[in-house]
Ligand binder design. Structure first.
Ligand SMILES: [Fe+2]
Length: 346
């Protein structure tokens, strides 16, 4: 068996493959690690055939769709998953075949209704059903503490105690555990009475994960994260440094159009000398009137340098092939002590 574990903060993902046939699968891949997965698969000589999510994640951005498209691989989730466009939906008792390796599906609802664990050879990938010294929470959408009790005590903990446990999260840098060790020492599993277990899960009072709505939106729809939108825009526009722009703004015969894409109030409270105002929200509809020359050299600026990047990418899409974005924003411009003008439009 070929096996790699990739940690992203507290998120754990896995590359697993058959050494004889080089067929591989990714389990719970995260969007910021795409290059790493591809690099590891190449190094290990694996052809990734399946990209599997153990459940609908509310706390990390799944890379499954992106990777499946790129690798011509199958996305795999449990039958109960609400995500559209899953190429292969699986159910309890079925196996995913990787050459001579089998990943057996065990439906373990509780953390979410679509949670599943995958048993392969000497190990089990437990998703967020069972963590090292913990369990998945049951207070997020489709969570159910009663179902988690059944999944843990009725199914997972009845597996061979020697099986290695590889969870979807660990925040303390541990790589794995075993079913036996968790049964013996996991604090949540010491609550073996159903009512007491359910009561404990209901009274955890955990804070909501960061990016909860964005994770659910993108993981359930296949849409893009804000980070991906920005990364795509950044990859297709050049940038101009603040120092370079300052020099050019202060030099005679400057032909640069500095386009401030913030709202009017922000512009009037302080802008780069000579900057023109065209708020991002009006850009597409007003740009032909405001900038009739598509060959003009344009530098977009905003408060933090993010909206201006999106604006420059939009301008390039529209045919303004010399549009660039300021590498920074007005906040950094002011902090650098660079000159500004206040007041209404010039
Ligand atoms: Fe989760």
């Amino acid at each position: 068996m070929i096996f790699e574990q990739v940690a992203t903060g507290g998120c754990q993902s896995y590359l697993i493959g058959c050494a004889d046939t080089c067929a591989g699968a990714l389990i719970d891949p995260e969007v910021s690690q795409i290059d790493r997965y591809l690099g590891l698969a190449t190094r290990d000589g694996l052809r990734i055939r399946f990209v599997i999510d153990t459940h609908t994640h509310a706390d990390h951005f799944s890379a499954s769709r992106r990777l499946a498209e790129r690798l011509d691989a199958m996305t795999v989730m449990h039958r109960a998953s609400p995500a559209p466009g899953i190429a292969m939906r699986v159910d309890d008792g079925e196996s995913i075949v990787l050459g001579k390796l089998r990943l057996q599906v065990m439906h373990t609802p509780g953390h979410t209704a679509d949670s599943m664990c995958l048993v392969g050879e000497d190990r089990v990938f437990t998703g967020d059903t069972l963590l090292i010294g913990g369990t998945g929470r049951t207070d997020l959408p489709t969570g159910d503490p009663d179902a988690l009790y059944d999944s843990l005590f009725g199914r997972l903990l009845k597996l061979d105690p020697a099986l290695l446990v590889y969870p979807a999260h660990d925040y303390k840098g541990r790589s794995h555990s075993t079913i036996g060790a968790e049964t013996a020492t996991n604090p949540r599993l010491q609550q073996r009475d159903r009512a007491a277990f359910v009561q404990m899960m209901k009274s955890l009072d955990l804070s909501m994960p960061t990016h909860l709505t964005e994770a659910l939106r993108t993981n359930m729809s296949g849409g893009k994260t804000v980070g991906e939108m920005l990364a795509e825009a950044t990859a297709c526009v050049p940038f101009m440094s603040m120092a370079e722009l300052r020099t050019r703004v202060e030099s005679a015969g400057n032909e640069l159009v500095v386009l401030d894409v913030r709202e009017k109030d922000a512009y009037e409270s302080g802008h780069i000398p000579g900057a023109r105002l065209l708020p991002r929200g009006q850009l597409e509809l007003r740009v032909d009137k405001e900038l009739p020359d598509p060959t003009a050299r344009i530098v977009t600026c905003c408060e933090f340098g993010r909206i201006s990047t999106l604006a420059a990418a939009t301008l390039r899409t529209m045919g303004f092939q010399r549009a660039v974005a300021l590498d920074g924003g007005m906040k950094a411009w002011l902090e650098a002590g660079y000159p500004t003008r206040a007041g209404a439009l010039p």
